[in-house]
Design a protein around this ligand. Structure first.
Ligand SMILES: Nc1nc2c(c(=O)[nH]1)N[C@H]1C(S)=C(S)[C@@H](COP(=O)(O)O)O[C@H]1N2
Ligand SMILES: [Mo]
Length: 320
């Protein structure tokens, strides 16, 4: 993982489609559908990609005002053009390569130590939960940060659906495996598929969020469509993308980066400005859309909600 090179990728303003055009086009289509004027074989222009997602009608969801931030939101044109998604390469222009990902049909297996194991399609899962928008900070271990409006549902709700058994102590998440589509997965020195894990206590903390949308729309592929995790008090690599399996277990999962380099990336990975990465300081971070350097906060500013999770674990490597 490397430090960002700011703005090299920025596309000219003239090539960016303003959000307002997408939205207007959607309401025009909705109006036509209501009058029966929208018929098969219509010569209307094809709508933008967001409308092709079968879950598009669920967005935007109502914002939950309990999750606010004292930072400016990162404009979509920055956050959607600077991503980490190693399945599609280790460069930062993977937004292009990631468009190859097929997000329907998409099934998620929930298994392991649960009373209610199941394999559920993403659109069926979306019917069982209620979506809300939350503004969250995101702090990558590479020392850049963004603030974005995720849409999703509490991970605790998914835990309830699964009905875990008493012995379950951890959740282990797994990303899809498809080297034909995701060229990064042909790099055999990486331990594919990408894996992450949290404790049951972390999973049921209010902040743990299953994300299916961003900026009031279904997740664009480069963000980890159709479903990813957001754990805003931990380094970004814990927020695993494009999840296909969630296993409840009594064994602590070994995550992708921990397996690659355990001396640099641990299981807990809570944000702490005072604990340096072996190769760089974590005291500050670069704000993605301004390039400004700002101080990093303990637990990325979420200490009030999560510090209690780590009482009695002082001997663990909690901050890397
Ligand atoms: N499957 C998978 N999940 C992943 C990654 C990845 O490479 N593969 N990168 C992680 C890292 S390092 C970060 S910072 C965030 C980036 O999320 P974003 O691209 O939506 O900003 O995704 C995380 N989740
Ligand atoms: Mo990251």
């Amino acid at each position: 993982m490397h430090i960002i090179r700011k703005k090299g990728w920025e596309i000219p303003e003239s090539q960016a489609t303003p959000e307002s055009i997408f939205l207007n086009r959607r309401s025009v289509l909705a109006g036509l559908a209501g009058t029966g004027a929208l018929i098969a074989g219509s010569t209307l222009p094809r709508p933008a990609f967001a409308e092709e997602d079968p879950s598009a009608g669920l967005y935007p969801a109502k914002r939950n005002e309990a999750y606010v931030v004292d930072r400016e939101l990162t404009p979509e044109k920055y956050s959607s053009r600077y991503n980490n998604f190693y399945e599609f390469g280790s460069h930062k222009q993977i937004f292009n390569a990631a468009q190859a990902l097929e997000t329907r049909p998409w099934e998620i297996a929930i298994d392991g130590m649960v009373d209610n194991p199941q394999t559920i399609g993403i659109d069926d899962l979306l019917k069982k939960v209620s979506l809300e928008e939350r503004l969250y900070r995101h702090r990558c271990v590479e020392a850049w940060s963004m603030t974005v409006p995720w849409t999703g549902f509490a991970l605790a709700d998914l835990v309830k659906l699964a009905s875990p058994q008493a012995g379950a102590k951890y959740l282990r998440f797994e990303t899809f495996m498809d080297p034909d589509t995701a060229s990064g997965q042909r790099a055999s020195w990486y331990p594919w598929p990408y894996v992450e894990g949290v404790t049951m206590e972390e999973a049921t903390n209010d902040l743990s969020f299953m994300v299916t949308g961003i900026y009031g729309k279904p997740l664009a592929k480069q963000f980890g469509a159709p479903i990813r995790l957001a754990l805003p008090w931990k380094y970004g690599f814990k927020s695993i993308k494009s999840i296909v399996k969630i296993t409840f277990t009594d064994e602590r999962p070994v995550s992708f980066w921990e397996e690659i380099q355990g001396s640099e990336y641990g299981f807990w990975a809570n944000v702490n400005p005072e604990v340096s990465h072996p190769r760089w300081s974590q005291a500050q971070e670069t704000v993605l859309h301004t390039g400004e350097r700002v101080p990093t906060l303990l637990f990325n500013g979420y200490g009030e909600q999560v510090a209690g999770l780590y009482k009695g674990l002082e001997n663990e490597r909690l901050y890397m």
